[in-house]
Design a protein around this ligand. Sequence first.
Ligand SMILES: Nc1ncnc2c1ncn2[C@@H]1O[C@H](COP(=O)(O)OP(=O)(O)O)[C@@H](O)[C@H]1O
Ligand code: SF4
Ligand SMILES: [Mg+2]
Length: 322
Amino acid sequence: MLDQPLLQVRGLKKTFPIDGGRRLVAVDGVDLEIKAGETLALVGESGSGKSTVARCIVRLVEPTGGDVVIGGDSILGLQPSRLVGVYRRIQMVFQDPNASLNPRMSVRQVLEEPLHLHLYLLRSERDARVRELIEMVGLTPAHLDRYPHELSGGQRQRVGIARAIAVSPEIVILDEPTSSLDVSIRGQILDLLLELQERLHLAYLFITHDLQVVQHVAHRVAVMYLGGIVETGPTKELFADPRHPYTRALLSAAPVARWGVKRTRTRLSGEISSAIDPPDACRLAGRCPFARPSCSDARPPLTDIGGGRAVACPVVIERIPT
Ligand SMILES: Nc1ncnc2c1ncn2[C@@H]1O[C@H](COP(=O)(O)OP(=O)(O)O)[C@@H](O)[C@H]1O
Ligand code: SF4
Ligand SMILES: [Mg+2]
């Protein structure tokens, strides 16, 4: 089917048991969809559960519930031995490139490793692929014999990206790929990611808390707050007319392009609430200027409001003219 999403995340949950029999609910029923060649940005403040979503999708941590479907195949039920096939289709780039680069391996070895694991290539084919990869990320064959500590942060992230695309995946999860880099390098890495996406028709799940980056790279956005998606929609429409009180507060506080639309300031009071044994209520209820008593009755579902947009707040949905 032409319009079938490449990646579907359905009702994803991850709970971490902590001391005293309590539970930290890091991800609480997340639904996401990404089509081939598309970038979905996952945004939200630190601790909202973005990295845990990413790690559950690639099974670096085992989800507590829900499902992840790639190209129609559910991957959460697979035995670990069958995950190798999954990793040909989906790869991850980490915030800290050192996390994916073994300091004792040369760049050549770092790039050869996934080729050994996934593809049966002749020595000459493998050498050619490694040279192709290093050039695709803007480095030269001379970098292949260096070790990670002999590279700059930006060069290390380029190697991390080359490793992720080595086996030609369809989806790459990018977890804050530019946050650890100097500001002057960030733009170059973003441009590289955009160029590779176009050339290889990659789908990206782009995790970031930088809304300017979102405006630059994402077709669609999902806004996460304390384990749940509170709003999702096409980037331009969502930035021009944010609906959920949390999205409004996030954009009110950020230096983002206004894209010519009215913006009333929304401020939240108090601190982010705890993810430990949370009540079945809207997670924003203690901080939201629009809260009503009914907001503490149950967690509002993400509800379709048309135009490819969805919002998890019945109070603002009631006010949207039909
Ligand atoms: N291995 C773990 N054990 C216990 N708590 C964890 C673990 N990993 C993440 N968490 C908690 O889950 C929540 C979400 O974390 P994370 O997914 O890293 O958020 P984000 O990437 O949005 O900053 C946080 O409260 C964090 O402390
Ligand atoms: S459901 Fe209530 S508390 Fe939650 S965002 Fe909407 S108005 Fe605010
Ligand atoms: Mg994170």
